[in-house]
Each structure stands twice: as C-alpha cells, then as structure tokens.
Design a protein around this ligand. Structure first.
Ligand code: GAR
Length: 217
C-alpha cells in the first residue's frame, strides 16, 4: 500500500535544530511528509549542513542580494513554488514576510515561536521573560497571518522559569519543547486533522482545551 506524503518546504536562517527534529521524525517514519527543499536566507546557516546531510535539496536566497523586501518575497515564492509544497514550515526563519507572501500561502504556512503567544512576540524572548519576572515560559506553533506572531495557535508547551536561569539556560529548556511541538503540529497538518475557524485552530473538528497547551514534564 502506498500512502501519500505531504510535500513540504522548510525555511531557515540559522542553527536548524527544529529542522533536525523534523528530519529525525520523518526518518523514523513518524511524520508522513516529503521534505522537498530547505531554503535559507543565510548562506552560513548550519541548518543547510543538516539538510545536505539528510540528502534534502537546499537553496540559498540571500536577502542582502535583493533590492527590496517585495522583490525578496517574490524570489522566495518562486523558489518555494518550484517544489509545489502543500505546507511551508518556518523553522527559525528570521525575516518578516510581506502580506502578498503570507496571503499566497494562506492556511498552509506555519511558524514556531519561542514564547507563549500572545505573550512576548518578537525577538529576544528569553531575556525579556527573565526581565519581566515571569514564572512560566514556553513555545508556540501557529499559522502565519500578516500580523507578526499573531496567527491562530496550533499547539503550545510551557516550561518553568527558575530564578537563577540565564537566557541561554532558558532557551535550551524551551528548545527541547520546540523539538517535540513542531513535529506534532506538522503531523496533525499532514493527517488533515487541523482546521481554522473564527481565527482558532480545531483539531479533529473540536476546539482544543487551552489552545493545545502541553505542560512540559
Ligand atoms: C527557535 O527557537 C524558534 O522558535 C525561533 O528561532 C529559533 C530557531 O532555532 N524562531 C523565532 O524566533 C521566530 N520569530 P533553530 O534554528 O535551532 O531551529
């Protein structure tokens, strides 16, 4: 029996540890996807090495070579669409994408963010959580909408924040959860179990308690 696999393209900018968690789950046969390409805006992204090691097609589209954001987004769309993905995964892609791009991939563009959205959108989330004195932090996977870090949430995980945490220690704790969350969200998408209604994500047709919040053990 042949089962069809969801064609996916992933976008990265750096380390690629989330990309690695997706590749690992795919290779373990737990993720029904075909990762057709990994695109990076950064030629030095370590994620490119990870993709090449897994025999996945890579593409570098350096934003510094592009005259404007609009042109960059157009080139990015062309590079992605060459692979006909049904899902585009932002895995540490550190560029803001324009409305045209987001609209083009509406309901098939997802992102992972290192905070419990809507808390702490934007950059430097771990340092800001510590400055803020928050006792809880986490990660979120969400559909991308034109407003940055504001789309409907698919799944979240919480981690505790300890008094003596440094941003690096806290980042590592969040990162471990991200590596569980992202493959799970992609699996649900690939299995056709997600639906967006009234800006909320339904799993198997039902609202998830606490928007899919998972508490780290
Ligand atoms: C991850 O923590 C991800 O949540 C974050 O970048 C990191 C990438 O790590 N993304 C954002 O901040 C997007 N706003 P990785 O390259 O090791 O996967």
């Amino acid at each position: 029996m042949t089962t069809s696999k969801l064609p996916v393209v992933a976008l990265i900018s750096g380390r690629g540890s989330n990309l690695q968690s997706i590749i690992d789950e795919m290779h373990a046969g737990r993720l029904p996807i075909e990762l057709r390409a990994v695109v990076s805006n950064n030629p030095d992204a370590h994620g490119l090495v990870r993709a090449q090691a897994a025999d996945i097609t890579t593409c570098i589209l350096d934003h510094r070579q592009c005259s404007s954001r609009v042109h960059y987004d157009q080139a990015l769309m062309a590079a992605i669409d060459e692979h006909n993905p049904e899902l585009v995964v932002l895995a540490g892609f550190m560029r803001i994408l324009g409305r045209v791009f987001v609209k083009h991939y509406a309901d098939r563009l997802i992102n992972i963010h290192p905070s419990l959205l809507p808390e702490f959108p934007g950059l430097e989330t771990h340092a800001r959580v510590l400055q803020n004195g928050a006792r809880e932090h986490g990660a979120s996977v969400h559909f991308v909408t034109p407003e940055v870090d504001a789309g409907p949430i698919i799944i979240q995980a919480t981690v505790p924040v300890y008094e003596d945490d440094s941003p690096e220690v806290l980042a590592a704790r969040v990162s471990r959860e991200e590596h569980r969350l992202y493959p799970q969200a992609i699996r649900w998408f690939a299995e056709g179990r997600l639906e967006i209604r009234d800006n909320r994500v339904l799993l198997d047709g039902a609202e998830q308690p606490e928007q899919g919040l998972v508490h780290a053990k």
